[in-house]
Write a new protein. Sequence first.
Length: 101
Amino acid sequence: MAKSSNLYARIEPDLKEQAESILAALGIPASNAITMFYRQIVLNKGLPFEVKLPPSPLDIRLMTAEQLDAKLAKGYEDIEQGRTIPMEQAFSEIRKTLYDI
């Protein structure tokens, strides 16, 4: 079937550049990748991957006393065994996770 429909979408330039760089390395034009995605939507009768919110951060209000005790004990054991990282590194990793820096 001849291609006769157009699709216009606005996306972040950086995201587009990153995706197209990967597609180019794979030898797949962006239009073919979009067609493949649409075909998968039709075959799956929905998105071809799970869409859900990421797990929420640990909330001690939702933990039992035993669960909280176990988490605290593990943290204490990590400290005793030297399984720690410098504060600056920890905050840097948190910022990367939160802000995708």
